[in-house]
Design a protein around this ligand. Structure first.
Ligand SMILES: N[C@@H](CCC(=O)N[C@@H](CS)C(=O)NCC(=O)O)C(=O)O
Length: 216
C-alpha cells in the first residue's frame, strides 16, 4: 500500500513542502490529502489525524508519523532513499544539524517572510533580527556549498536540500537573493528549477485560498 501524506495549502505550507519534496525527490509512491488550513473546522480534522494536530502527517500502513523532521528520519530509516541523509558520516551529522537548526530556528525569517508560492518577487521592510537570520543562512549555506563543491548542499541532493527549499523560495519571493553569495544564488537557481519541485510550485500558484496572516 502506498504511503499517504496529509498536507496543508501548497501555496503556504513550508513544513508540508519539506516532507512532500523528500518523497517526490526519491520517487516514492504516495497519495496526498490537502487540508485547507485555517478554513472551517480544519483543526478538528487535523486533530483526528495526528497527535501533533499540524501538517505534515505521513501514514504508512498503520503507522502515523507527524512532524517534518520525524517524517524525514522515518523515510531514511525505512526506505532505501537515493536522496536521504548524506552518506559520509561528517556530512550526515552536519546535514542533520542544519535541519535541526532550521526546524527550531530562523524564527524572524519565518515570521516576516512567510512562504507564499504565488507571491510576485518584491522586497518588504525587515527587522535587524530577520536580516541576521538571512546573513547566517547565506554564510552557512555558501560555506557548505563550497566545502562539498555542489551542485547540492552536500554534493548529491539530500534531505537537507528539501529542508532548505522553502528558505530558497522565501529568499526569491521577497527579492532577497541579489546581495547574497554567488554560490547561494547559483544554488537557489538550481532549487527553483528542480524538476521534482515543479508540480508543487504549479499547484501552489493555482490555489485560491488566501491565508491573510501569511500574506505580506
Ligand atoms: N515543526 C513542525 C511544524 C508544523 C507546522 O507548523 N505546520 C503548520 C503548517 S506549515 C500547521 O499545521 N499549521 C496549522 C496549525 O498549527 O493549526 C514540522 O516540522 O512539521
Amino acid at each position: 500500500m502506498a504511503m499517504h501524506l496529509i498536507l496543508g495549502n501548497k501555496r503556504y505550507s513550508s513544513w508540508s513542502l519539506r516532507a512532500w519534496l523528500i518523497l517526490a525527490m526519491n520517487e516514492l509512491p504516495f497519495t496526498e490529502e490537502r487540508i485547507r488550513l485555517y478554513q472551517d473546522d480544519y483543526k478538528h480534522i487535523l486533530e483526528a489525524k495526528s497527535d501533533g494536530g499540524q501538517v505534515p502527517v505521513l501514514q504508512d500502513g498503520d503507522i502515523t508519523v507527524f512532524d517534518s523532521l520525524s517524517i524525514a528520519e522515518y523515510l531514511h530509516e525505512n526506505y532505501s532513499l537515493n536522496y536521504g541523509w548524506p552518506e559520509a558520516k561528517a556530512a550526515r551529522a552536519h546535514a542533520r544539524s542544519m535541519c535541526a537548526l532550521m526546524h527550531s530556528g530562523f524564527a524572524h525569517l519565518r515570521r516576516e517572510c512567510p512562504m507564499n508560492i504565488a507571491r510576485l518577487p518584491a522586497p518588504v521592510s525587515l527587522s535587524e533580527e530577520c536580516l541576521l537570520d538571512i546573513k547566517r543562512i547565506d554564510e552557512l549555506l555558501s560555506k557548505i556549498l563550497r566545502t562539498h563543491e555542489g551542485p547540492f548542499l552536500y554534493g548529491k541532493a539530500s534531505i537537507a536540500d528539501a529542508y532548505y527549499a522553502p528558505v530558497i523560495i522565501r529568499l526569491d519571493r521577497y527579492a532577497l537573493l541579489g546581495p547574497l553569495h554567488s554560490e547561494l544564488r547559483a544554488y537557489a537557481a538550481r532549487i527553483l528549477t528542480l524538476p521534482a519541485l515543479q508540480p508543487w510550485l504549479e499547484a501552489g500558484r493555482r490555489e485560491t485560498d488566501i491565508i491573510a496572516k501569511a500574506e505580506r
